[in-house]
Ligand binder design. Structure first.
Ligand code: M6R
Length: 612
């Protein structure tokens, strides 16, 4: 987490870096800083708080130069204060660097350097890198000193460095945290993510772990950390900067909620080959899936919202394709000693493709001989590069910290995967298959209709906005929906505590909290367990809890069981998790809005969790 940017070229350096940092603020926003090589030395500005504080500081005392770097922080070591904000400099103030990741051996390196006379100013794990380079630079030229320092680091990093002795150069390296090079005409960028460079160039080169790059206005030298030269072409990014802007919506989250019909037409619609009566995965994916045998099992790993998508996938893959599936939080999977082998396919789900725990789970799986299939939204990300095959969600850039369209697209891909494998394993008859494809083809329109409930949801949100606790209940496919609905609310409205439960679990504990007016969001869409969900509603209402019920359109009987009712189009259960997600997202959004929350950038969170 944290966004880093470096620039070398002839544009005004501070304005260019600040603009790029704005596009990375989703990665962290508790403090920010910028450093510029001004021809005489390094000029640094840092501020606690959001980027606008830094922009004001730069406006008050402008920075001049042609080479510089910047950072927007999500604190891991040391409070989010000005002194801990990046860039960090060495003792002499001749080297400045920004970092994303965690240096695990910073304490021992710091002790060694302090003993050698280095003076530290911050509590971060980052500052040590600047001093380490300074120490090596006593006997080595700068590029070699940088390389020697990197070789001593344990942990994860993407770093960007400038040095007074190298006035026309920008250096970067990565190990475990993302870093890209934006290749422009007479200018070059380093950045944590593509949107940071898109208004300047669409030519992007992705760095791999243990690689280092040296950039000048017309120079790009890529090497391994050991110094071996590498050759790699830049790739052209096809989406533009407009796709990563708000487009008239008040928040990215609302824009992204409304983008779901389009996103799903990209994710699902474009893959339905109605004429051939099949799901049109690309050739590499089909070949990967063709190798799947009846002895194989699946292990799904993911974090947060992507984990909830994985839980929906588990229900579908077991029900339709009859494949045994385990679903794990990636942060647990990597430490629980999972039993994997060549007969296991690990499905790793991630919007960003950079989540540290999911990436570590992939590495563990591969080390044990398992094959890895990624479901990912970010082309060229670390997870896609380390997996054996990738199904892209194609949801477009997701900027709001709270995941919306990435979630429904992940569920969309898992639905396609379950149905494809069901057919491959001869678990489905032709009429059923045609029905499924027909339902999936209508999905974007169905989601469009579900979005029409927004005005009613906004009124319901106002009614419940002052509540401090919410429960979310569901069964089968809607148990994960309940978890996801609760996560959305607590994520963007931190003054509210929300928990999701399998509705059948209520009696085993959570029901003891229910008292008058306690809001309980119940997913009561058409399903084989509808009657059981109805009983759960009665149990809540018998204790004077207040049920906000999400049900299928045309269900006349449900209104008398609901304190507030939201309906979504009636569909086969297969696509109901996607439809249910829409009112859950809108409800969370409008409750947060009534509460005046910082919806796109909730406190303590970051979009991409690249540290463990
Ligand atoms: O990029 P990923 O999908 O791997 O991210 C996983 C989680 O960090 C993410 O889903 C998080 O829970 C979201 N902020 C939820 O809205």
């Amino acid at each position: 987490m944290c966004g880093i940017v470096g620039y070398v070229g002839s544009a005004p350096v501070a304005a260019t870096i600040l603009e790029s940092l704005r596009r990375l603020e989703y990665r962290g926003y508790d403090s920010a800083g910028i450093a510029v090589l001004n021809g005489h030395g390094i000029d640094v500005r840092k501020r606690a708080g959001k980027l606008k504080e830094l922009a004001a500081a730069v406006a008050a005392r402008p920075l001049q130069g042609r080479v510089g770097l910047g950072h927007t922080r999500w604190a891991t070591h040391g409070a989010p204060s000005e002194v801990n904000a990046h860039p960090h400099v060495d003792c002499a103030g001749r080297i400045a660097l920004v970092h994303n990741g965690i240096i695990e051996n910073y304490a021992e390196l710091t002790a060694r350097l302090q003993a050698a006379g280095h003076r530290f100013r911050s509590q971060t794990d980052t500052e040590v890198i600047a001093h380490l380079i300074e120490e090596h630079a006593k006997r080595l030229p700068f590029p070699k000193a940088f390389r020697a320092a990197l070789q001593e680091l344990r942990g994860s990093y993407a770093v960007c460095v400038v040095a007074e002795d190298e006035p026309e150069r920008l250096y970067g390296a990565r190990h475990g945290s993302p870093l890209i090079v934006g290749v422009g005409r007479g200018e070059a960028f380093l950045a944590s993510d593509v949107p940071a460079v898109l208004s300047h160039t669409r030519q992007v080169m992705y760095l791999n772990d243990r690689e280092m790059v040296e950039l000048g206005r017309d120079r790009l030298r890529l090497t391994t950390l050991a110094g071996t030269p590498l050759r790699r072409n830049a790739t052209r990014v096809t989406w533009d900067v407009a796709a990563a802007q708000k487009g008239g919506f008040r928040h990215f989250m609302l824009k992204e909620i409304h983008e779901q019909p389009h996103a799903l037409s990209q994710t699902v619609g474009n893959r339905l080959d109605a004429r051939a009566g099949r799901i049109g995965f690309d050739r590499a994916t089909r070949q990967f899936l063709d190798r799947f045998t009846s002895a194989d099992k699946l292990a799904i790993i993911a974090c947060g919202t992507a984990y909830h998508a994985g839980l929906v996938g588990e229900y579908m893959l077991e029900e339709f394709a009859k494949i045994p599936v385990d679903v794990d939080l990636a942060s647990e999977f990597r430490y629980r000693g999972p039993m994997l082998d060549r007969r296991t396919t690990v499905v790793a789900i991630s919007q960003s493709g950079e989540t540290a725990d999911t990436l570590a789970g992939i590495r563990l799986a591969k080390a044990q001989g398992a094959r890895v299939l990624a479901i990912c939204n970010t082309v060229g990300s670390s997870i896609t590069r380390e997996s054996d095959a990738v199904i892209y969600t194609h949801a477009g850039p997701e900027i709001a910290v709270a995941s919306t369209k990435a979630y429904t697209s992940q569920v969309g891909v898992l639905t396609l995967l379950a149905l494809h494998l069901a057919r491959q394993r001869r678990q489905v008859k032709e009429p059923q298959w045609r029905d499924w494809l027909h339902t999936l083809a209508r999905l974007p329109q169905l989601v469009e209709r579900a979005l029409k409930a927004e005005a009613a949801i906004k009124r319901i949100a106002k009614r419940y906005a002052a509540a401090k606790n919410f429960y979310y209940l569901g069964r089968r496919y809607h148990y994960p929906s309940a978890l996801e609905g609760a996560l959305k609310l607590k994520e963007i409205c931190p003054s509210i505590h929300a928990e999701g439960y399998a509705a059948g679990e209520m009696k085993h504990g959570p029901i003891s909290c229910i008292r008058e007016g306690w809001p309980v969001v119940v997913l009561a869409l058409d399903s084989p367990v509808y009657d059981k969900v109805l009983s759960n509603i009665q149990e809540v209402r018998a204790r004077r809890g207040s049920c906000i019920v999400i049900a299928s359109e045309g269900n006349r009987g449900i209104a008398r069981h609901a304190d507030a009712l939201i309906t979504v189009p009636r569909t086969p259960e297969l696509v109901s998790p996607i439809l249910a997600a829409i009112p859950l997202q809108l409800l969370a959004y409008h409750i947060a809005k009534w509460n005046g929350c910082d919806i796109d950038q909730p406190p303590n969170l970051a979009k991409s969790v690249t540290v463990e």
